[in-house]
Design a protein. Sequence first.
Length: 317
Amino acid sequence: MTFSVTILGSSSAFPTSNRFPSAQLVSVHERPYLVDCGEGTQTQLRKYGINIAKINHILITHLHGDHMFGIYGLISTMNMLGRTRDLNIYAPKELDAILADHLKYFGEGMTYKPVVHALNTTQSETIYENKHLIIKSLPLRHRVPTCGFLFKEKTPGLNIRKELIEKYNLSLRDIVRIKNGAHHTLESGEVIPNEKFTYLPYAPRSFAYCSDTIMSRYIIPIISEVDLLYHEATFCEDRHQLALERGHSTAMQAAQIAREANARQLVIGHYSSRYKELDQFLIEAQSVFSNSHLAEEGKVFEIPLQQEKPTPLNFYK
Ligand SMILES: [Zn+2]
Ligand SMILES: [Zn+2]
């Protein structure tokens, strides 16, 4: 039951000799979700052994080239590989017309359909869900309509304490009812509350992706207690004013958001090419939020499963 984030690109604006523009592969319960698709993303997917054919969902934060120029090549490659399933693309609404125009010239003989789902960039909404996962949009503040994404694992089904099945001689029917949340009534009429029988097998995990944006406290309640936060840090504090003018954040501001949201772990990225070394970003972020890390191509951030232990049996005596 994976929940991991692979960094495919960490640069802002344009590719450099050792960095690619924004792209990350989020894997939840073995299903891949591509978040942003800067130039060269398909090269990176191949480099890190990710099967392009398995990608059914691509999420684009905003229509700046460093977050979407890779989509043209990827769409084309998927076609050459004989894809037949629809490709779901979640993006600001203008992408629909842009892609339609592009495909007039480059979409001849398409074997599948790219379907653009227009994002509302002004308020947080559920944009996708399946049995295990819910993805919400996160309105951000940038130079063009932009939203980030919150990936949240759904609360898993309840487990039943095996010792109590024997103790209360529970039938299969009882077990199903209790696992669905029912209390249990004994022959004597005594009611045993559900929480004495059940526990969550693991705590739901979460990841928030926030790029590009100025520091925006609006998102804090939405991403509160997130396990892993990716927040852009295009500049360091030495270019505080420039960050504001360009609609970006500094490493220190990203760390402030992580601290105020009570995130468990922070990853920063989207570095300006003005900085040759990244140490300054890390030192600055860690001065505010110690569990800060640098996004670098190929790095994988796993969110481990936190097993919820059943309450000790003697609790009930
Ligand atoms: Zn950008
Ligand atoms: Zn941008």
